[in-house]
Ligand binder design. Structure first.
Ligand code: FES
Length: 194
């Protein structure tokens, strides 16, 4: 016989229980299930990119606002419905520039939108912001220990101690605006080395 009273007294699952269930079953639990504030959520498909710095600060990103192979500038994702800027975590920051897509390694070309590409700003070594630029080699560079990342080859490490490529954010163009097409490819952040 079914004990209906136990049903009616069922408590909502706690965050810890949901997390354990995910570990036990191997099924990924969406971050939103934890009630994570929207501003802290990683860029979501459909989000629009907004310039965080430079002459177009706070404007929506459009391809014609970026020079070809210019020094990357930082940008954040914004939910177009709620207008929430996902600036609640530095792991959400991306560096964007515009490239000649034909010159890019074929497997990454689909992540570009009218030549605009976006990489995580967080170095995979010990987490500094990758804000420097080698205009001669077209590499993003980390100021802390001089790791270098090839923007034409999926953020591949081409110098320094970083252990893996920068995560790449796939983009598309929607109504002329650079928009997030999918979640980050690759792990965002770093693994402590010491
Ligand atoms: Fe970037 Fe060390 S944190 S190279």
């Amino acid at each position: 016989m079914v004990d209906s009273s136990s049903k009616s007294k069922a408590k909502p699952l706690s965050r810890r229980t949901i997390f354990k269930m995910g570990l036990a079953t191997g099924i990924a639990v969406p971050m939103s299930a934890f009630g994570q504030p929207p501003a802290r959520m990683r860029p979501q498909p459909g989000d629009q990119l907004v310039f965080e710095e430079g002459p177009h600060q706070d404007q929506l990103v459009r391809a014609d606002l970026l020079e070809l192979e210019q020094k990357p500038v930082s940008a954040m994702a914004r939910d177009p419905q709620t207008k929430v800027l996902r600036d609640g975590s530095r792991l959400n920051r991306v560096m964007i520039t515009r490239i000649d897509t034909e010159k890019m390694t074929a497997r990454y070309q689909g992540n570009a939108a009218e030549g605009v590409i976006a990489y995580s700003a967080v170095c995979t070594h010990t987490g500094c912001d990758v804000i420097n630029w080698d205009a001669g080699e077209l590499n993003m560079a980390c100021p802390c220990h001089e790791s270098q990342f090839d923007i034409y080859d999926g953020g591949k490490v081409v110098g320094g101690p970083a252990p893996r490529p920068l995560a790449m954010l796939p983009l598309e163009v929607v109504d002329g605006v650079i928009t997030v097409a999918a979640e980050f490819r690759g792990r965002v952040g770093f693994t402590q080395q010491f």
